[in-house]
Design a protein around this ligand. Structure first.
Ligand SMILES: [Zn+2]
Length: 378
């Protein structure tokens, strides 16, 4: 995809979003081209930190207006071939979109590639970002509010009413009022006029699946659409913090504490519990935030990772399996195997349609959490 912001009055264009022409002050038009021709190819055989998998190709793509962009691919092309990024033809699918222009465009594109979300003016929608701590968004601990904002704008464009949207969150480290303020989720709700519900103070309903007795937020069971917006991170217990881990916070806080204590005493296995919890939860869509992300000792004490991509999927197992591949973690998170066996989704990467960018073109090593089962050589 090539986008240019064009002033038809002055015949000038910009390669980044711009509200009005800086010369004549007229509105600019967003021109999107999707059918691009390969006009140049460079094969790279030397690996580097951000591009560890070789050989890869850097294509020069040109659209019908003679705009050009470089594009990294593993697949070989010939000069004159067309390059297209089409929506998934089958399920399960996961889209990988690099953040190139802005987050609004990246989120729209990630959802287009998984065949969009069906919403209308009556759809009741619940959004679950990660708001686990009192932390600024640039640390990568919590979901970037700009990614949440992009999802809300998408929903409204597709016909949803903001009165029917609710954002829910639970702060595990620090008071919820402080977390709302510092993460930017509070001001975001206020700006859009969207209701926020503190999960910890909400009504719960007790559910059970194969020995797992758990209190889950009641609100999630009467929605038409649930959107999970995790921040992509490493995690000491699960290896990765992605779709599954973020939904864990829909559970009552005393149950979370109890389960974490039982894990330490080896009474239960949290990987098993998080998979079983997904047999209780309704289906959801994941749009994950890799605008910053975290590596090292996540989910709290790692460092920002600057992944610069958005992933989207209607299958949380496939989603987390793709993130695991993108981070070049050596071992798969245990919960993915359990979840796959429970029929919750696909964890074999060969059976997942990846759309947008290729995994191998985006993958680079993400430093794992020490002690996590994904640590290299353990
Ligand atoms: Zn102009």
């Amino acid at each position: 995809m090539i986008i240019r912001w064009v002033c038809n009055n002055c015949n000038r264009k910009w390669i980044y979003p711009i509200g009005k022409c800086i010369y004549c002050k007229k509105n600019v038009e967003e021109v999107i081209s999707r059918k691009l021709k390969v006009i140049g190819i460079t094969k790279v055989n030397v690996p580097s930190v951000l591009h560890p998998i070789t050989p890869y190709n850097v294509l020069i793509l040109e659209d019908e207006h003679s705009n050009r962009i470089p594009k990294k691919t593993i697949k070989d092309y010939k000069i004159g071939d067309y390059y297209e990024e089409n929506p998934a033809a089958k399920d399960p699918s996961v889209s990988i979109v690099k953040i190139k222009y802005d987050l609004d465009i990246a989120v729209d594109e990630a959802l287009r590639l998984i065949n969009d979300l069906k919403v209308n003016e009556t759809s009741r929608i619940l959004i679950k970002p990660n708001m686990m701590a009192v932390a600024y968004p640039y640390l990568g601990v919590t979901t970037n509010p700009k990614t949440v904002s992009a999802v809300i704008k998408y929903l409204i464009k597709k016909g949803a009413k903001k009165e029917n949207i609710v954002i829910v969150g639970q702060s595990v480290y620090g008071p919820v009022e402080d977390a709302l303020k510092k993460t930017g989720i509070g001001p975001l709700c206020k700006n859009f006029g969207i209701k926020f519900i503190d999960i910890a103070e909400s009504e719960f309903i007790e559910k059970e699946f194969e020995g797992l007795k758990i209190k889950v937020m009641k609100e999630i069971f009467d929605k038409d659409l649930i959107i999970n917006i995790p921040v992509l991170k490493t995690h000491l217990v699960f290896g990765i913090s992605a779709a599954f881990e973020n939904m864990f916070r829909l559970v009552a806080p005393d149950d979370i504490l109890k389960m974490e204590r039982l894990e330490k005493e080896s009474e239960i296995d949290l990987n098993d519990a998080i998979a079983k919890l997904h047999k209780i939860l309704p289906k959801y869509v994941t749009i994950s935030d890799g605008s910053i992300g975290m590596e090292g000792n996540g989910p709290l004490n790692g460092t920002p990772s600057f992944l610069k991509y958005i992933l989207a999927s209607k299958d949380p197992v496939a989603h987390d399996a793709v993130f695991q591949e993108l981070g070049l973690f050596l071992r798969k998170p245990k919960y993915l195997e359990i979840a796959h066996k429970l029929g919750l989704g696909e964890n074999n990467i060969e059976n997942i349609e990846v759309v947008g960018n290729e995994i191998k073109a985006v993958a680079r090593e993400i430093k794992p959490a020490i002690g996590s089962k994904l640590t290299k050589g353990v």
